[in-house]
Design a protein around this ligand. Structure first.
Ligand code: GLN
Length: 216
């Protein structure tokens, strides 16, 4: 029975990448490199059967507006309520925050954190740094920041996974993950692998809850 459950779980994970605007192709490439399926999502019906979802970087107000125009908002909220993992990068991170400093812009608000947009100022519009991310191992992560936000504060159960100076730049709350930087623009796949592990675990838990593990 265990062997059969494992066989079920070996089906490739299907990851949706919201493809309204921004760096969605790069996320899809990283996901495919890791052996999972990547699906570009623009319409609600494209979310069927997905195991996880990525909200890419770009412009959070533009992406938010398109999410509403394309009628994707209810499907995204249902997806999250069903316990399926969501990962937001940069603009995607802003969309995941419950609170955005000084802004009423559209957001999904799934994570107990307060984001600050364009937080590194003009001089530091775009930069790369070796970032300590204990959850990914000892090797610093090559973190690329582009007009990046940061996380001003997190509230339990949301927890900080990385800080740059005194600014939180990576956080997790259960099945939701956020980075202020862009791992899809580097060859280092550890953040995507970390997210796929979250997705695999959530899928196993869903399958067990449905009682499928013993049947298939
Ligand atoms: N500054 C952008 C915003 O507020 C985010 C930048 C990015 O995603 N690279 O949406």
């Amino acid at each position: 029975m265990v062997g059969m459950a494992e066989a079920w779980n070996e089906a490739p994970l299907r990851i949706g990448v919201v493809a309204m605007q921004g760096a969605f192709r790069e996320h899809a490439r990283a996901i495919r490199t890791l052996g999972a399926e990547a699906v570009e999502v623009r319409r609600p019906e494209q979310m069927e059967g997905l195991d996880g979802l990525i909200l890419p970087g770009g412009e959070s107000t533009a992406i938010g507006q398109l999410i509403q125009e394309f009628g994707l908002d209810p499907a995204l909220r249902r997806f999250a309520e069903e316990g399926r993992p969501v990962y937001g990068t940069c603009a995607g991170m802003i969309l995941l925050a419950k609170d955005v400093a000084g802004s009423q812009q559209y957001r999904l608000g799934l994570m107990d954190m307060r984001a600050q947009r364009n937080a590194f100022g003009r001089q530091r519009e775009s930069f790369e740094t070796g970032l300590a991310v204990p959850a990914l191992g000892e090797e610093p992560f090559p973190a690329v920041f582009i007009r990046a936000p940061y996380i001003e504060s997190v509230q339990s159960p949301c927890e900080a996974l990385a800080v740059y100076g005194d600014k939180i730049v990576m956080a997790r709350e259960g099945r939701f993950l956020a980075t202020a930087f862009h791992p899809e623009l580097t060859d280092d796949l550890r953040v995507h692998r970390y997210f796929l592990d979250m997705v695999r675990q959530a899928k196993e838990e869903r399958d067990l809850a449905k009682g499928r593990a013993g049947v298939l």
